[in-house]
Design a protein around this ligand. Structure first.
Ligand SMILES: C[S@@+](CC[C@H](N)C(=O)[O-])C[C@H]1O[C@@H](n2cnc3c(N)ncnc32)[C@H](O)[C@@H]1O
Length: 198
């Protein structure tokens, strides 16, 4: 079953496609206890983070706003379908879904976070606000991933540039920014990029 897992994960439709191998790598490296994925959509990033994260928990967060409700409900159903398949292929464990607006969820949150991924926010003020809500929960050495930095350079790219950490990025799926306070980890990621590990 597990040998079918990676092709299955990589078949999930998403603009995030291309970042899966990095997700597998960073999870193997960090062995994170808590991963928070803001922006579940059809589940590719959350499933990729949960893959191989045996000892930890991955929380995928998304909402069902009244605007475009039917479309969002269809996407949510696809996410359930994809997650159930990933569970059936025995490739994910401990993947939790939370439905609601990200800022509201953060008000009830109470766990320290090892890896935070922010996806689906397209303007500077909004991502600043979202990050401010989750920042108090980040562990000192937490890794922060920001998607869409290349698609929105003056908004999301600008926010990423301002993060006071070591930073690099991957080009896939509109650009995934990677920020870490850990200089060794930063160098390992850059080496991994050169060796085309992800
Ligand atoms: C680009 S998609 C995420 C893609 C996903 N990470 C993947 O791997 O396919 C962004 C998602 O963020 C969600 N989203 C945007 N703003 C949100 C908010 N304030 N609260 C909850 N979810 C939100 C959207 O509903 C959408 O499904």
């Amino acid at each position: 079953m597990r040998e079918r897992a990676i092709p299955y994960i990589q078949s999930i439709s998403s603009s995030w496609r291309g970042n899966e191998r990095f997700a597998f790598w960073i999870v193997k490296k960090l062995k994170p206890k808590i991963i928070v994925d803001l922006g579940l959509n059809m589940g590719l990033s959350a499933i990729s983070f949960a893959y191989g994260n045996k000892g930890g928990h991955t929380f995928g967060i998304d909402w069902l706003p009244t605007e475009n409700f039917s479309q969002k409900r269809a996407e949510m159903e696809s996410a359930f379908h994809n997650i159930l398949n990933a569970i059936r292929l025995k490739c994910v464990k401990n993947l939790h879904l939370i439905i609601g607006p990200v800022p509201e969820i953060s008000k009830k949150w109470n766990k320290e976070i090892d890896l935070l991924h922010i996806d689906g926010i397209y303007n500077y003020e909004d991502i600043k606000m979202h990050y401010a809500h989750w920042k108090p929960f980040l562990k000192k050495d937490a890794v922060i991933l920001i998607h869409e930095i290349a698609a929105h350079p003056n908004e999301i790219g600008r926010f990423f540039d301002e993060l006071p950490f070591y930073k690099t990025h991957l080009p896939y799926g509109n650009g995934l920014g990677i920020a870490t306070p850990n200089a060794d980890l930063y160098q390992e990621i850059d080496q991994g990029k050169l060796r085309r590990l992800f």
